[in-house]
Design a protein around this ligand. Structure first.
Ligand code: ADP
Ligand code: ASP
Ligand code: MG
Length: 406
C-alpha cells in the first residue's frame, strides 16, 4: 500500500464541477489501494480577489490579518472537496493548517514551514480516510494564521509528502507537465519527460511558476518524488529527478520569464569604497531582494549603479533609497517598471562554451536591447524591455533548438 500526496491547483478547483473531477481522480487512487492526502489551492482568481480586498481596506494592511483573509480561499475548497468525496461514498475530512498543525515562521505573507504535525493525520489515513489539506496556510508558534507566499500550495504538498514519507507527490495543474518554456507563450514548447531538481529549482526561481521555488528546494532536500501532471487529461507528466536519472541531457532545459521586475538607476554617486554598501545595506535591512546589479566604470569621479528589485517592492525600495539619499549621495534616482527578465537554464552549460553568445546574438538579430545580465553556473538571465517579452522567449526557444517538431 503506497502513501501518495495529490495536489490540485486553482484551475482544477474552480467550481463544483471541477471539484467533482478532482474527487474522481482521488477516488481512483483510493480504489487502487493507496493511502491518500490531498492538498488543494483556492479556486482560480480567489486569492487575487482576497488580496484585492486587503489592499482596498488599507494599502498598509497588517500582514497577520492579511494572512487571515487570504488563507480563507483554501479553507473553502478543502471543505468542498471533503463534502464531494463523502457524497461519492468515500470517508474524508479536511485538516486546516492550524489543526494538523503546519508550524511556520512568523514572516506573514511569506512564511516558511518548520514542520508538519502528522500524528493525527497518519492515524486518519491509516483508517482509510482521505485527508484533505488546504495548501498555502500554516500557523505560528503563538497560534496566528500564516500563508506561504503566492504559489505556496506546491510547498504545502511537498512538505506534507516529506513528513508522511510519501511514495509520490503528484502536482496536478492546468498544463500537462513542465515544458521547455511556458506553453501559453510558445505553443511549440515541448513537454519534458524528466527534469533535474537543480534545473527545476533554477527555472522556478527565475519565474517559471509551474512550481513554487521553495517546493522544489524542499523536494530536493527531502528527496520527495515530485511529478507534475494535468488535472484535465491522463497524459504522462514530468518527473523531477536527480541528475543521474536523466540519460540524454540537453544543453538547455528551458527558457523562463519574470514580469515581476523593476530597474532602478542611481545616477552620479561618488566613486569611493563603501558606496555600494550604502545603497544595498538599507535595502537588505528592509528585506528587499536585489537581483541584477550593474555598476558603470567611473568618469569624473562619479558612477551610475543600476539594479533590479521585484516590481511589487519598487515603491518600498524607492522610499528606502530616498530616506538614505544623504548617506548615499546620489544626484538622480530613476525607476523603470516596464522591464522583464528572460532566462535560459540548463546543467549542460557547465561543460559547454558559447551558450551566452547564442543568447545575445539571437536577441540582437531581432533588435532586442539587453539592459543587464546575470549568470550562474547553470543559468543566464537578461533584462529587456517588457514589450519584447514574447518575442524574446520565442526567439531563444528556437535558437536553442527547443521547438517541438511541427
Ligand atoms: P496551479 O494553479 O495549478 O498551481 P500555476 O498557474 O501556478 O498553476 O502554474 C501553472 C502555469 O505555469 C501554467 O498554466 C503555465 O502557464 C505556467 N508555466 C510557466 N512556465 C512553465 C513551464 N516551463 N512549463 C509548464 N508551465 C509553465
Ligand atoms: N492560492 C494561493 C495563490 O494563488 C496558493 C496557491 O495556489 O498555490 O497563490
Ligand atoms: Mg501554482
Amino acid at each position: 500500500m503506497a502513501t501518495i500526496v495529490m495536489k490540485f491547483g486553482g484551475t482544477s478547483m474552480a467550481g463544483i464541477e471541477r471539484i467533482r473531477g478532482v474527487a474522481a481522480r482521488v477516488k481512483r487512487e483510493v480504489e487502487a489501494g493507496n493511502r491518500v492526502a490531498v492538498v488543494v489551492s483556492a479556486m482560480a482568481g480567489e486569492t487575487d480577489r482576497l488580496v484585492g480586498f486587503c489592499k482596498e481596506a488599507s494599502p498598509l494592511a497588517d500582514p497577520a490579518e492579511y494572512d487571515v483573509v487570504v488563507a480563507s480561499g483554501e479553507q473553502v475548497t478543502s471543505g468542498l472537496l471533503a463534502i464531494v468525496l463523502q457524497s461519492m461514498g468515500l470517508r474524508a475530512r479536511s485538516w486546516l493548517g492550524w489543526q494538523l498543525p503546519i508550524h511556520t515562521s512568523d514572516a506573514h505573507g511569506k512564511a516558511r514551514i518548520f514542520d508538519v504535525g502528522t500524528q493525527a493525520l497518519k492515524a486518519a489515513m491509516e483508517s482509510g480516510e482521505v485527508a484533505v489539506i488546504p495548501g498555502f496556510q500554516g500557523r505560528t508558534e503563538d497560534n496566528r494564521v500564516t500563508t506561504l507566499g503566492r504559489g505556496g500550495s506546491d510547498t504545502s504538498a511537498v512538505a506534507v509528502a516529506a513528513a508522511l514519507k510519501a511514495d509520490r507527490c503528484d502536482i496536478y495543474t492546468d498544463v500537462e507537465g513542465v515544458f521547455t518554456t511556458d506553453p501559453r507563450i510558445v505553443p511549440r514548447a515541448r513537454k519534458l519527460g524528466k527534469i533535474t531538481y537543480e534545473e527545476m529549482l533554477e527555472l522556478a526561481s527565475v519565474g517559471a511558476k509551474v512550481l513554487q521555488t521553495r517546493s522544489v528546494e524542499l523536494a530536493m532536500k527531502e528527496k520527495v518524488r515530485v511529478q507534475v501532471l494535468s488535472s484535465f487529461s491522463d497524459a504522462p507528466g514530468t518527473m523531477v529527478v536527480d541528475e543521474d536519472e536523466v540519460v540524454e541531457q540537453e544543453l538547455i532545459a528551458g527558457v523562463a520569464y519574470d514580469r515581476n521586475e523593476a530597474k532602478v538607476t542611481i545616477g552620479s554617486v561618488p566613486d569611493r569604497p563603501g558606496v555600494v554598501a550604502a545603497i544595498f545595506g538599507p535595502l537588505a535591512d528592509a528585506n528587499i531582494n536585489v537581483d541584477m546589479i550593474v555598476q558603470n566604470i567611473a568618469n569624473d569621479g562619479t558612477t551610475d549603479v543600476t539594479f533590479t528589485v521585484p516590481r511589487t517592492e519598487l515603491a518600498r525600495a524607492r522610499s528606502v533609497l530616498e530616506a538614505n539619499a544623504d548617506a548615499i549621495g546620489y544626484a538622480r534616482l530613476v525607476a523603470d517598471d516596464t522591464v522583464v527578465k528572460i532566462s535560459v537554464v540548463g546543467v549542460g552549460m557547465r561543460s559547454h562554451a558559447g551558450v551566452a553568445v547564442t543568447m545575445f546574438k539571437a536577441l540582437a538579430d531581432r533588435g532586442i536591447n539587453v539592459l543587464a545580465i546575470t549568470t550562474s553556473e547553470i543559468k543566464i538571465s537578461v533584462l529587456i524591455a517588457e514589450e519584447y517579452l514574447e518575442l524574446a522567449v520565442r526567439v531563444l526557444h528556437t535558437a536553442y533548438g527547443l521547438d517541438a517538431a511541427a
